[in-house]
Design a protein around this ligand. Structure first.
Ligand code: C2O
Ligand code: CU
Ligand code: CU
Length: 546
């Protein structure tokens, strides 16, 4: 990837040098102690994605104000990015400038996966209006890993991410360096997203506040079930193909889609070797026949092309799976659709709820190609697959203050609204059941319930859950026997071996986590990372008290 200095991104507009007063009152420390200082402006731009008219997008334009410009790279020609690199222990200062075109588009950047104080984590109540600035300054305390950032204003997150706002925050440390992984040009971030285009090459987003103003069934399905596009983009590009050498790559996958889940596999059946998850490297590489990656999650692969020949082509597929939504209603039909399938096919199938969920050109669980690897160069491989990648200091169940009595989080739908323990998001609202003590370890159990009597999805749907501010361990998964079939179609692809900040719950599944609240008292959110669910209120606060 080319190194770039100065302003990165679409249209080369300089961020305004004079920042508006920061109403959240973050520290006004001078910059003598920061290692990297960036201005990040969320703004509108145009980009050529399809032949003909350019596509209007929203993008983060970066300008390096201090530090090594090589640590902030654009994804060339993409609305996504930038890719920010920092090492553990560094201090980073970011001036976020909201330059979005619509007055209503308040915004704020959330650093997904990083362990930060409340004001830096950016609770939705800190969102600023267009024309305003929000300043972040923090020390990177996390271990090496693939973290990311995206907007987080209440009820507007899904559309802002959809319009293009998301980037990567890659942390490195000594433990990672010791693992001797592919680096530089052999360390490739891959952000997976899906989009819909109108005949003028513009993104179509049909949920509330959408650009197209499409009424009716499709719109309701998008808002309640989650937005699904029918075109797959990798790093903001259609028909993505990776020219590769005959050697090993580190592929850092991020599912940056609003609601789509991917079941990733190589088309020739080669198993996948995972080396990292949300919170960095695993202890040892693990093999999977396929990898399941839900919105918000990251998986890092050790992808070895050294046995390939120049001219070989390999496709990364998303395989068919079922039961993620509308379980029991017309599940088999997903397989019949292709990437270019006409919108609206299958509307009549699967009954009321199943049919609505599946009225998409590319339903959840349908198979499709994600990207192509083309082997174009012979190179001598010198790296060996490490047997030990890192040491995870273990969390132990016996250290949890509530080891016999997990804190319960029931996920359900009531009157067509997704809820957590019967509640939806309230800006400052937090219950006793959502209040934890600093420096304690707890067991949390999330239960994806069925919703008898709910017309939209009586068996429930898949929810990728995310908790701000912490990395946790997954210690148990169970599923209701009657919903085991859908679960079985994705579960071998779970990579639960390392630190996680986001995890998938299939319908009928319950998951136990071990988490510890360190360093920062305050108010943080946890939510479904199906972004339409999040915006619809499937988000709550938790408070860490001293
Ligand atoms: Cu990536 Cu609160 O989200
Ligand atoms: Cu987060
Ligand atoms: Cu959800």
């Amino acid at each position: 990837m080319a190194m770039t200095t100065g302003v990165l991104g679409g249209c080369g507009v300089q961020p305004s040098p004079k920042a508006a007063p920061n109403k959240a009152g973050t520290s006004a420390t001078d910059s003598t102690t920061t290692d990297l200082e960036i201005a990040l402006k969320a703004t509108q731009a145009e980009i050529a994605l399809l032949p003909g008219k350019p596509t209007r997008v929203w993008t983060y334009q970066a300008q390096v104000l201090k530090g090594n410009p090589a640590n902030v790279q654009a994804l060339p020609g993409s609305y996504l990015g930038p890719v920010i690199r920092a090492s553990k222990g560094q201090r980073v200062r970011v001036q976020f400038i909201n330059d979005l075109p619509d007055k209503a588009e308040r915004s704020i950047i959330h650093w997904h996966g990083l362990h930060l104080p409340e004001r830096m984590d950016a609770h939705p109540r800190y969102a600023v209006d267009p024309g305003q600035t929000y300043t972040y300054e923090f020390e990177v305390v996390d271990r090496a890993g693939t973290y990311w950032f995206h907007p987080h204003p209440d009820m507007l997150t899904a559309r802002q991410v959809y319009m293009g706002l998301a980037g990567l925050f890659l942390v490195s440390d000594e433990e990672e360096a010791a693992a001797k992984l592919p680096a530089g040009d052999y360390d490739i971030p891959l952000i997976l997203q899906d989009r819909r285009f109108d005949p003028n090459n513009q993104f179509v987003y049909t949920a509330a506040g959408g650009m197209q103003g499409m009424e009716g069934m499709g719109d309701m399905t998008d808002r309640i079930m989650g937005f699904l596009g029918d075109r797959i983009l990798v790093n903001g590009k259609l028909d993505f193909s990776l020219p590769a050498a005959t050697r090993v790559y580190r592929l850092r996958l991020l599912n940056g889609s609003n609601s789509r889940i991917y079941k990733l596999a190589w088309d020739d059946g080669t198993p996948l070797t995972a080396i990292g998850t949300d919170g960095g490297l695993l202890e040892k590489p693990v093999q999977r026949p396929y990898v399941t990656i839900a919105p918000g999650e990251r998986v890092e692969l050790w992808a070895d092309f050294s046995g390939r020949k120049v001219g070989d082509e390999l496709t990364l597929l998303s395989l068919a799976f079922n039961g993620a939504e509308g379980a029991g209603a017309g599940d088999g039909m997903a397989a019949g659709h292709t990437m270019t399938g006409a919108k609206g096919t299958g509307v009549a199938m699967g009954g009321m709820m199943g049919g609505m969920g599946k009225g998409q050109a590319l339903p959840l669980g349908a198979p499709f190609p994600v990207l192509k690897v083309r082997v174009v160069r012979q190179e001598q491989e010198t790296l060996k697959r490490p047997t030990q990648l890192s040491r995870l200091n273990g969390y132990r169940l016996e250290d949890a203050v509530n080891r016999d009595k997990p804190r319960l989080f029931n996920l359900s739908m009531q009157n067509m609204v997704w809820k957590i323990n019967g509640r939806t998001f309230e800006m400052e609202g937090v219950t006793d059941g959502e209040t934890a003590k600093l420096d304690t370890m707890e067991v949390w159990e999330f239960i994806n319930q069925t919703n008898p009597g709910e017309m939209m999805d009586p068996m429930g749907m898949a929810h990728p859950f995310h908790i701000h501010g912490v990395q946790f361990r997954i210690i148990d998964r169970q599923v209701l026997p009657e919903l085991a079939a859908g679960w079985s179609s994705v579960r071998e692809g779970y990579v639960d071996d390392g630190w996680k900040d986001t995890f998938l719950l299939m319908p009928g599944e319950r998951v136990k986590l071990l988490l510890k609240f360190k360093d920062f008292p305050g108010l943080f959110v946890y939510h479904c990372h199906n972004l339409e669910h999040e915006d619809g209120g499937m988000m709550r606060n938790y408070r860490v008290v001293q």
